[in-house]
Design a protein around this ligand. Structure first.
Ligand SMILES: CC(C)(COP(=O)(O)OP(=O)(O)OC[C@H]1O[C@@H](n2cnc3c(N)ncnc32)[C@H](O)[C@@H]1OP(=O)(O)O)[C@@H](O)C(=O)NCCC(=O)NCCS
Length: 168
């Protein structure tokens, strides 16, 4: 089924709506990958919309016809965490779909926009730090699992994750 939504570039005006979406999505859907203690330690950090991403021009939202934001995701040339830049390597950032809207191609559609924009910007491969619950999603998009990693969150909590990669 294809639902009625459109994708546009996010702006700083979307900050509250994106934070609300991250909260709704991560608090429910990440529960299949993490125990409650791990999740509650990182949720306060990972459910805050990232102002730099909202300004980047390469972060997107999916809007339902009601104008409610029901999906988000994007990419950056900068590596999350340290801002390092490697030639031709883009990084997938903060994908989320509202639990009421999963399985309706929102994630795949946002990814397609990212891939096209990244190729135009000269990227030839993508990496992502996938949450444990999202490995199947990125695998469906053509990413290969490289290895398990621990990602340091803004509050110094470590989140078990999966480094994944694909050429674009
Ligand atoms: C991961 C997530 C963004 C997927 O969003 P979605 O809008 O439901 O994805 P889509 O409907 O576009 O699915 C695309 C493909 O991925 C597959 N897929 C989606 N979620 C999956 C999952 N959890 N496990 C396995 N496959 C999955 C779908 O079956 C579909 O495959 P197909 O196109 O071959 O039929 C969503 O589940 C989510 O927000 N999860 C919580 C947040 C999160 O962990 N984000 C990743 C942070 S790194």
């Amino acid at each position: 089924m294809s639902s009625d939504f459109t994708i546009r570039v996010a702006t700083p005006n979307d900050e509250l709506a994106v934070s609300a979406l991250l909260e709704a999505s991560y608090s429910v859907l990440m529960g299949s990958g993490y125990d409650p203690a791990t999740l509650s330690a990182v949720l306060p950090v990972i459910t805050r919309a990232n102002p730099k991403l909202l300004l980047s021009g390469t972060y997107y939202v999916a809007e339902a016809t009601s104008l409610r934001i029901v999906g988000c995701g994007g990419w950056t040339h900068e590596q999350p965490g340290n801002g390092d830049i490697k030639p031709e390597l883009g990084h997938i950032r903060h994908f989320a779909t509202h639990p009421d809207w999963i399985g309706q191609t929102i994630g795949r559609s946002i990814y397609a926009v990212c891939e096209q924009a990244a190729r135009s910007a000269g990227m030839s491969y993508f990496e992502c730090y996938s949450s444990l619950n999202a490995e199947g999603f990125y695998a469906a998009l053509g990413f290969e699992t490289i290895r398990r990693i621990e990602v340091r969150m803004g509050n110094n909590e470590m989140l078990p994750s999966i480094l994944m990669r694909r050429s674009i």
